[in-house]
Design a protein. Structure first.
Length: 155
């Protein structure tokens, strides 16, 4: 499947000094329209940072459930931010009740928005991150992830 590259620049969505490694390929979930998703391997409770300026369009942090089985897929806590030019970023597996933002809130790149947890379908503590665009009528299913090759770092 062809991949479009993201137009925006994105910064690292976790503090650089806490990042253990970046994994783009190991997760069995990174297929189809999620093929450009990126996992940032970090410890639980690591701060999650907005990757670019934008407006928060979705927040769920009510789940305290997760594990290494696909039955946990829908239990992920996650945040979505809409950026200028229509690109979105999404942050998954967030810790229970850790969101520091609300829907409609404007955020700056680098703002702490939540903490990494183990909610949803996840084998080891990490932040699942994806940049995507909406390609159809259904903003949940009609999406395609965009390629982000490198990230800006400020720490
Ligand atoms: Zn992932």
């Amino acid at each position: 499947m062809m991949s479009k590259k993201a137009i925006n620049r994105y910064r690292l969505p976790v503090p650089k000094n806490l990042l253990q490694r970046i994994d783009r390929t190991s997760s069995p979930a990174h297929m189809g329209n999620l093929r450009n998703a990126i996992d940032f391997i970090v410890d639980e409770q690591t701060p999650v940072l907005a990757a670019a300026d934008g407006i928060v369009t979705f927040v769920k942090d009510s789940s305290d459930t997760g594990g290494s089985n696909p039955i946990y897929w829908d239990y992920t806590n996650f945040i979505v931010i809409r950026h200028p030019n229509g690109e979105y970023s999404r942050y998954d597996h967030l810790s229970y009740h850790s969101s520091k933002v609300k829907v409609g809130q404007r955020v700056k790149a680098g703002k702490e928005i939540a903490l990494v947890g183990m909610t949803g379908y996840t084998y080891l503590p990490h932040l699942h991150f994806q940049v995507f665009e909406v390609t159809g009528i259904n903003a949940w299913t009609d999406i395609d992830t965009l390629e982000v090759q490198d990230f800006d770092t400020f720490n």
